[in-house]
Design a binder for this molecule. Structure first.
Ligand code: PLP
Length: 294
């Protein structure tokens, strides 16, 4: 089956000891009504999600995705997700996806206002074809994110390290990038440091060292970036996390945006300044990211 479908999940308390959760999810066609009007009108983007890449029926990096779902839920004061239950729903969905690339989304929302439980569901659908952008790369513009590097610690209610359902700002940044003739954006902190893209992490190369902005509260810790670092470290490269001034961006020897479904896209220009592109390494990274990983 390669179609679109969803699994509606009955939230199960985190401390329940059981090995089979199959009776806690119900499969529905993606076009079928499944959420109540109350859910859609009151949840205010108040929830968390994950997008997992699936290659030939194998869901990639499931453990890091589940750990980030739990981290986001904690930051949002949502009940801790039962990871064994979500894992089983992911396996159930992945087993029905055919060959090629697909995407499984996990969604945990606050639910109907004054309702007894959050609402939880998983969707499965074919992925868009990103083969051209993986080869061609992306032109990016830098955009001010409007807060400094200390904001996450100073104002935890901004939920800066959580992958929340409130992605309107991220989508607006992508539209602004398109208006400026670019494919994607890199957010900068107001004090002049590099953060992340609206739907991807940033990795820069300086000589034999690869560096990504430290995910200390203000940005997401990318699961794809973690996998890329595993690959690069195994090839003998030095990898690390840092504060990266925006002025370093145009000095990079190469740079990539990496994310779970599009995978690695080389950055060909930043604010119209061309960057060197490493076609062979980009192809190697994408080959690795398309191989089965847990
Ligand atoms: N940063 C943001 C804001 C994202 O939305 C995403 C993915 O959607 C990422 C980084 C990359 O995360 P991952 O590699 O886990 O997909």
């Amino acid at each position: 089956m390669t179609g679109r479908f969803a699994l509606m999940i009955d939230p199960v308390a985190a401390d329940v000891q059981r090995s089979d959760f199959a009776d806690t999810f119900t499969q529905v066609d993606a076009a079928a009504p499944a959420l109540s009007v109350g859910e859609l009108s009151t949840q205010r983007g108040d929830g968390v999600f994950e997008s997992i890449g699936v290659v030939d029926g194998h869901a990639q990096e499931v453990v890091p995705h589940l750990e980030r779902l739990a981290h986001s839920a904690r930051l949002c004061d949502l009940p801790v997700p039962n990871l064994a239950q979500w894992r089983q729903a992911i396996d159930h969905a992945a087993a029905q996806l055919g060959s090629g690339e697909s995407v499984i989304k996990l969604i945990l929302s606050r639910g109907v206002e004054h309702g007894p439980t959050p609402t939880a569901w998983v969707t499965a659908a074919p992925a868009a074809d990103f083969s051209a952008v993986r080869e061609r790369g992306v032109r990016v513009v830098t955009l001010d994110r409007g807060y400094d590097l200390g904001a996450a610690e100073r104002a935890p209610w901004l939920l800066l390290g959580a992958k929340t359902l409130s992605y309107a700002v991220n989508m607006a940044a992508l539209r602004e990038a398109h208006r400026r003739g670019a494919d994607d954006a890199i957010f900068l902190s107001s004090d002049g440091f590099v953060l992340e893209a609206p739907t991807a992490s940033l990795i820069l190369r300086f000589g034999d060292r690869f560096v990504t902005p430290a995910p200390n509260g203000g940005i997401l810790h990318g699961t794809t970036q973690l996998s890329v670092y595993e690959y690069l470290a195994a090839q003998g490269f030095d990898v690390g996390y840092d504060r990266i001034p925006a002025t370093d961006l145009p000095q990079a020897d190469a740079a990539w945006l990496v994310s779970s479904v599009r995978l690695a896209a080389a950055i060909t220009a930043v604010d119209d300044v061309p960057l060197p592109v490493e076609h062979t390494l980009t192809a190697d990274l994408n080959r690795y990211l398309l191989s089965p990983r847990d």
